[in-house]
Design a protein around this ligand. Structure first.
Ligand code: DAT
Ligand code: MG
Length: 153
């Protein structure tokens, strides 16, 4: 089953949105495999956002993501990467549809409350950056056969 990396950004933590954002993934039926709170330092930020190095918003992005604690998570499910991107909504919260996390909880691209991997390859890279293999928990979740019918895991 596909895994994806999700990070609740410093604005989500400071604004008390952790439970409400996490609930969106949970209620969709995704399975939580790992979660931790941490303070991202400049080195980890640079590694995580290496694809954006040199872009005009890069410095502001690194400053923002290192500005307070974040919640890092691994979620699993059928097409988890794409499903989480749809739950998050467009990068610019002004464009994001209502009903998506960014559409409902944010106003400004720089502070868009949540990160989600953009491809299965990015997910693998980002999960490995934030979690050791032992931190990703393998367990049976009882709702899976109701979510996937006969195809459960
Ligand atoms: P996403 O987070 O939707 O994958 P991205 O990977 O293109 O978007 O950019 C990473 C983050 O950088 C994004 O969540 C917010 C910030 N960002 C992107 N484009 C920006 C812009 N034009 N101005 C300011 N911040 C921007
Ligand atoms: Mg991205």
């Amino acid at each position: 089953m596909e895994k994806t990396f999700v990070m609740l950004k410093p604005d989500a933590v400071q604004r008390g949105l952790v439970g409400r954002i996490t609930a969106r993934m949970e209620q969709k039926g995704l399975k939580l495999l790992a979660v931790k709170m941490l303070q991202v330092d400049r080195e980890l930020a640079a590694e995580h956002y290496s694809e954006h190095k040199g872009k005009p918003f890069y410095e502001e992005l690194v400053r923002f993501i290192t500005s307070g604690p974040v919640i890092a998570m691994v979620w699993e499910g059928k097409n988890a990467v794409a499903v989480v991107r749809r739950i998050m909504g467009s990068t610019d919260p002004q464009e994001a549809a209502l009903g998506t996390i960014r559409g409902d909880y944010a106003l400004f691209t720089g502070n868009n409350v949540v990160h989600g991997s953009d491809s299965p390859a990015s997910a693998q890279r980002e999960i490995a950056l934030f979690f050791s293999a032992e931190e990703i928990v393998s367990y049976k979740k009882t709702d899976q056969r109701w979510l996937y019918g006969q195809q459960d895991e």
